[in-house]
Unconditional design. Structure first.
Length: 149
């Protein structure tokens, strides 16, 4: 595997392909970025996991996710059923729940990662999130915190 800095630079080259300054997208932690594609916010992480002693235990991951909406207070069965049905149609990504929010997420090992895959992942997450966030919010009118704020 390449040093993790190689993947940081790859992500920033892809961000630049969207005519966005990667430096403006950098997060508080090294290996984190955020940007928008259409109406969708996108969070990007390149990371390696560590054991209790601080040693890297894997080759690392690229994670890209976009907040969709808070989980609605009612009609949750219908909501989650629809998410599963939509998941069946998606390519390389899926809906995921964390705390009281739903996201579209992709995660992939860094080993063998190519720039074209990063670009495809960004486009796919951006397209699906932009397509489904408004539709799901309109249909289920979630009460509670919006993960995009």
């Amino acid at each position: 595997m390449q040093p993790i800095q190689f993947y940081f630079e790859m992500v920033e080259r892809v961000i630049a392909e969207f005519k966005v300054d990667p430096q403006l997208c950098r997060g508080q932690q090294l290996g984190q970025w955020s940007m928008k594609i259409g109406s969708a916010s996108m969070w990007i992480d390149v990371f390696q996991s560590k054991d209790a002693q601080g040693n890297y235990i894997d080759s690392g991951y690229l994670q890209v996710m976009s907040p969709i909406m808070a989980i609605p207070a009612d009609r949750q069965l219908d909501f989650f059923r629809e998410l599963l049905e939509i998941n069946h149609k998606l390519y390389g990504v899926g809906f995921t729940k964390f705390e009281n929010n739903v996201y579209i997420k992709s995660i992939r090992e860094l080993e063998g990662l190519e720039q074209s895959e990063v670009l495809s992942t960004f486009k796919r997450i951006g397209y699906y999130a932009d397509d489904y966030d408004d539709m799901l919010k309109a249909k289920y009118a979630a009460a509670g915190r919006d993960p995009q704020t």
